[in-house]
Design a protein around this ligand. Structure first.
Ligand code: HEC
Ligand code: HEC
Ligand code: HEC
Length: 170
C-alpha cells in the first residue's frame, strides 16, 4: 500500500497548485476508499454478501481476495489498483477489517490509524491528469508517465514531470 501510495502521491503538486490542492484535499476524491465513512463498510459488505457468496468468484475467505475482486469497486474508487499485486489487495482488505473491528471495540486510535492508512490511497492528481487522462490511447497515443495531462501541450515547470501534454477530454 505504501508503495502504491508513493507512486500516486499528490503532495508534490501542492506547492505550485495550492488552491487546487486544497479543493482536492477537502473532496471525497482524497478519500475514495473510506468515503464519508460509508464506502469502507460497503466494500466489506460487498465482500461478505457478494464475493463470498457468489459460487464462481473464487473467494471463500478474505485470504482468497485478489486485485480483480476489489476492482469491482476500485475501477472507479481506486483505478490505479490494477497496477498492484494481489498482496496489496489483501493488505487493503486487512486494513478495512481492522478498521471495522477497532470501531466495534471502541479503539479510536487504531480506527484513526486505519482510516489514515486507507486514505493514503485515493484518486489523486495523477489519476486524472495522467493514468486515466487518455480515454482513447490507440487513437491519441498511450500515456506518457513523464508527463501530466491538461488542456494543451507546453513545458511543465516541474522537473519530475517536465511536460504538460494535451488530453482531448481535458
Ligand atoms: C514547481 C511548480 C509546479 C509543481 C510542483 C507542479 N506544477 Fe503543474 N503546473 C505548474 C505551472 C506553472 C503550470 C502552468 C499553468 C498554471 O499556472 O496553472 C502547471 C500546469 C499544470 C497542468 C496543466 C493544466 C492545463 O490544462 O493547462 C496540470 C494538469 C498540472 N500542472 C498538474 C500537476 C500535477 C499533477 C503536479 C504534481 C504531480 C504538478 N502539476 C506539480 C507548476 C507546477
Ligand atoms: C462506475 C463507477 C463506480 C463503481 C464501479 C463503484 N462506485 Fe461507488 N461511487 C462512485 C461515485 C462517482 C461516487 C460518488 C457519487 C456522488 O458523490 O454522488 C460513489 C460513491 C459511493 C458511496 C457513497 C460515498 C460515501 O462514502 O458516503 C459508496 C458507499 C460507494 N460508492 C460504494 C461503492 C462500492 C462498495 C462499490 C463496489 C461494490 C462501488 N462503490 C463501485 C462510482 C463508482
Ligand atoms: C477527478 C479527476 C481530477 C482530479 C483528482 C484532479 N483534477 Fe485537475 N482537473 C480535472 C479536470 C477534468 C480539469 C479540467 C476542467 C476544469 O478546468 O475544470 C482539471 C483542471 C486542472 C488544471 C487546469 C485548470 C485550472 O483550474 O488551473 C490544473 C492545473 C489541475 N487540474 C491540477 C490538479 C491538481 C494539482 C490536482 C491534485 C491536487 C488535480 N488537478 C486533481 C480533473 C481532476
Amino acid at each position: 500500500m505504501a508503495e502504491l501510495a508513493a507512486r500516486y502521491d499528490s503532495s508534490s503538486c501542492k506547492e505550485c497548485h495550492e488552491e487546487i490542492y486544497e479543493e482536492w484535499e477537502n473532496s471525497l476524491h482524497a478519500r475514495s476508499l473510506y468515503g464519508t465513512g460509508r464506502t469502507a463498510p460497503t466494500i466489506i459488505t460487498s465482500i461478505e454478501k457478494g464475493l463470498k457468496r457468489w459460487p464462481y468468484s473464487g473467494v471463500k475467505d478474505i485470504k482468497d481476495i485478489q486485485v480483480k475482486h476489489l476492482m469491482i469497486c476500485a475501477k472507479c474508487h481506486l483505478p490505479q489498483l490494477d497496477e498492484a499485486t494481489d498482496e496489496v489487495a489483501r493488505e487493503i482488505v486487512e486494513t478495512l477489517y481492522t478498521w471495522k473491528r477497532a470501531i466495534q471495540e471502541g479503539n479510536e486510535d487504531l480506527a484513526d490509524e486505519m482510516e489514515e492508512k486507507l486514505n493514503s490511497l485515493n484518486i489523486g492528481c495523477l489519476v486524472c491528469h495522467q493514468k486515466k487522462a487518455i480515454i482513447h490511447p490507440w487513437v491519441d497515443s498511450p500515456v506518457d508517465k513523464n508527463a501530466v495531462y491538461g488542456s494543451k501541450s507546453y513545458a511543465h515547470d516541474f522537473e519530475k514531470y517536465p511536460k504538460v501534454k494535451k488530453a482531448p477530454a481535458l
